[in-house]
Design a protein around this ligand. Sequence first.
Ligand code: HEC
Length: 97
Amino acid sequence: MKSTVLVMVAAGMFIAGPVAAQSAADLVKSKNCMGCHDLEKKKVGPAFKDIAAKYKGNKEAEAKLTAALKSGKGHPAKVAATDAELKTLVQYVLSAK
Ligand code: HEC
């Protein structure tokens, strides 16, 4: 019984990766990021593409931006999202091209 649960958890983790990546575009919409941002164009905030270019090669970018969105310091809007969601959002922004 215990091992069945472990296998299910492991399978869930395996599936969660690709699914999270696919739903990132939906997540930025559902968190209203697109009200101020656009992938390609500057709106109220900078284009995600430009942010990705600005932080290209910066290993600290993910941690820094996650903290900024979470606290509302360094970002005008405080984002209500779980840590996992924030991670997905930031990875999505940083992978925009
Ligand atoms: C109320 C408008 C608004 C909303 C909503 C918003 N942003 Fe922003 N965002 C901005 C503005 C304005 C800036 C530019 C801030 C600056 O350069 O000081 C910015 C900057 C950023 C940056 C770059 C910060 C940096 O240090 O360069 C990231 C990443 C970002 N936003 C992600 C998001 C994500 C993800 C969401 C949705 C969860 C979101 N934003 C929702 C207005 C918004």
